[in-house]
Design a protein around this ligand. Structure first.
Ligand code: AHR
Length: 497
């Protein structure tokens, strides 16, 4: 038995709902087939967006989507994707497999998707091969309500009112595929772009600078020093790649399988996901030097597992299965983001549908909700709640190479007056009784929802509900104490009211 203590009197920081955000790139079947099938499709849709997918995304309260990339953003020219569809340019998606990109999903379609979902759009601007003028005009097109060349063009294309897009990324991975820039060179460009991204009406752009690759603290230091005053947020990219060792010369070739992995691989995956905690702490430490008031947020706008693609699928499409191991990666990552919510105010899972650690997989007219989807469902109550102090007693488990805590949790107090705890048992074979002591709050009932399974259980088109959410009834409360039996590989939402 292990103790979990939650102190409701110790309120720490607000958990921005955008921590539960997503990322959707023009990559493989992430957009086409995954969310957008076109208005003429036999698959039920609203203006081309799949109804089944939109409904599922609404149900987990997707707060924000980052688009159009990723690598794709740095060779995307937004004007190719507006106007009559039959006149839109057909280009080559040189980032992802050389496929034809017909631009049928462009600015209007993306912003329509966000309106259907009731979520915020986050646009990534092209710094790699675009211009300051191009990005500045894109923002004028989306946000200006008066008379101007871009606002008039938007009206001509059928949209009278501006969309008021606030979140603007300036470049993607500018240290790598986005231009192979040094941090000093990037900040020069960043400052120039940031200057010409104008506010329109009441919409002030929230400028997100390209941040480091994983543990590159020097990048963070340089960008904060030279551009910190001109940014609202700094991004961070970190993928959990279990199959390779840091000393491998070509780590991209060493991704492990998404299913059918062994326990050593399982623990290595979790250890690498848990590294996110150290990574955020390190970048926060650097950011605190330049911005002790924490005005600039950290935005982890690409995170998740990156496994080998499903056998027989296009290697450039990054289509992978999703198991309970991925669900646990999501559970610990989201707990970590909650716990760093004083600085982390947005995170975007890579990627929403059919790419990397997706919440949804599609095949023609069929859709599967992955175990990761269910974690987002179990955690959605944390959105905009207040982080509470919590402590969980631990055993460390795993292999000699990868030791991880058996239990992982975070807790929050919602605006609805309810206290929520999310809790994961990372052991692949040991259940654990958790005795929860929640002080500083009155509650009469405990509602528990959870998922559990074998470490490589997944949902497939043949068996779409192997992993699904269950209720755990009849939890007895004794004053401020109650107990929960957590099975191996499980994730819980516990709601006290
Ligand atoms: O998410 C896939 C790719 O990973 C993105 O396009 C890029 O930004 C990152 O390297």
């Amino acid at each position: 038995m292990k103790y979990l203590f939650v102190n409701c009197s110790r309120k720490i920081s607000q958990i921005d709902r955008n921590i539960y955000g997503h990322f959707a790139e023009h990559l493989g079947r992430g957009i086409y087939g995954g969310i957008f099938v076109g208005a003429d499709s036999e698959i039920p849709n609203i203006r081309g967006m799949r109804k089944d997918v939109v409904d599922a995304l609404k149900s987990i309260k997707v707060p924000v989507i980052r688009w159009p990339g990723g690598c794709f953003a740095d060779h995307y020219h937004w004007m190719d994707g507006i106007g009559p569809k039959n006149e839109r340019k057909r280009i080559v998606n040189t980032s992802w497999g050389g496929t034809v990109e017909d631009n049928s999903f462009g600015t209007h379609e993306f912003l329509d998707l966000c309106e259907q979902l009731g979520c915020s759009p986050y646009i990534t601007g092209n710094v790699g091969s675009g211009t300051v003028r191009e990005l500045s005009e894109w923002i004028e097109y989306m946000n200006f309500d008066g008379e101007s060349p871009m606002a008039d063009l938007r009206r001509k294309n059928g949209r009278e009112k501006p969309w008021n897009v606030s979140y603007i990324g300036i470049g993607n991975e500018s240290w790598g595929g986005g231009g192979h820039m040094s941090a000093e060179y990037y900040t020069g460009l960043y400052n120039q772009y940031a200057t010409f991204i104008r506010p329109y009406g009441n919409t002030r752009p929230y400028k997100i600078a390209c941040g480091p690759d994983g543990a590159d603290y020097k990048w963070t230091d340089t960008v904060m020093r030279l551009s910190g005053k001109l940014m609202d947020s700094l991004s961070l990219h970190y993928y959990t790649m279990p199959g390779y060792y840091p000393t491998d010369p070509y780590p991209w070739e060493k991704k492990g399988p998404a299913t059918g992995f062994d326990k050593a691989n399982y623990f290595r995956t979790l250890a690498r996901a848990l590294f996110m905690d150290e990574l955020i702490a390190g970048h926060k430490f650097v950011m605190d030097r330049y911005d002790p008031e924490k005005r600039v947020s950290l935005c982890i706008d690409e995170w998740g597992t990156w496994h080998a693609v499903e056998p027989g699928t296009n290697p450039s499409f990054l289509y992978q299965q999703n198991t309970m191991r991925d669900a646990l990666v999501a559970a610990v990552s989201l707990n970590i983001f909650n716990k760093h919510s004083d600085r982390v105010r947005m995170a975007n899972l890579a990627q929403m549908i059919n790419v990397l650690q997706s919440v949804i997989l599609t095949q023609e007219d069929r859709m599967v909700l992955t175990p990761t989807y269910h974690v987002f469902d179990l955690y959605k109550g944390h959105q905009n709640a207040t982080l509470l102090e919590s402590y969980i007693q631990q055993d460390f488990i795993g292999t000699e190479e990868a030791q991880v805590p058996q239990l992982h949790a975070s807790a929050s107090a919602g605006e609805d007056g309810k206290v929520r705890i999310t809790l994961a048992n990372l052991s692949p074979d040991e259940s654990q009784n958790v005795r929860c002591v929640v002080s500083g709050s009155q509650f009469a009932s405990v509602a528990v929802r959870y998922i559990s399974g074998e470490m490589d259980d997944c949902n497939s088109f043949e068996n779409p509900s192997k992993i699904s959410i269950h209720d755990m009834p009849d939890i007895a409360v004794d004053g401020e104490v109650f107990s929960i039996e957590t099975p191996p590989c499980s994730v819980f939402e516990i709601v006290l009211s």
